[in-house]
Design a protein. Structure first.
Length: 163
């Protein structure tokens, strides 16, 4: 699937098949995350791939809107070392991972991290360094359901020269 098709068809998937994902596919997806744009090329990100069911359940139980993480075969945890643009950089990496997952025929869903009260707990739970912030949790798996939410048409959001 080409990049434009992956971008156009990516959706937030919250219901997954239990099928395992090949390690090579996961590494390719994370590789796309590490290739994201980064302010001053600092590349502050660290990625933790969680496949252990018990740990995914602990993560899911800690969140407020990510209970489905327990049912996805993988949770990618995106951390970023503290710095001026850690959040922007971590979000760019997260978006790359979402699109790369779609390009591999997988579903995914971004669960917030940075401003959540559980962020530090999850970093500690996974043994992350003290100077890392939780940017996002990404459930990944083969979709059992794909929602079709409406997207605003380009004519509604595009402005030329001025608003």
């Amino acid at each position: 699937m080409d990049a434009m098709e992956a971008l156009r068809t990516r959706r937030s998937v919250r219901v997954y098949k239990p099928d395992a994902i090949d390690k090579d596919v996961l590494e390719a997806i994370i590789d796309c995350g590490r290739l994201a744009a980064s302010a001053i090329n600092i590349q502050p990100w660290e990625f933790i791939v969680v496949t252990d069911a018990a740990m995914r359940k602990r993560i899911a139980d800690t969140t407020d809107h990510g209970k489905f993480i327990a049912d996805a075969p993988v949770c990618v945890v995106v951390l970023a070392r503290e710095g001026r643009y850690y959040l922007e950089d971590g979000c760019a990496a997260t978006q790359n991972i979402l699109v790369a997952a779609r390009a591999q025929g997988l579903g995914s869903c971004w669960v917030a991290g940075d401003k959540k009260p559980y962020a530090a707990d999850i970093v500690e739970m996974l043994g992350g360094p003290a100077d890392c912030k939780l940017v996002s949790l990404i459930a990944v798996g083969y979709p059992a359901q794909v929602p079709e939410p409406g997207k605003r048409p380009v004519a509604e959001v595009l402005h030329w020269e001025r608003f």
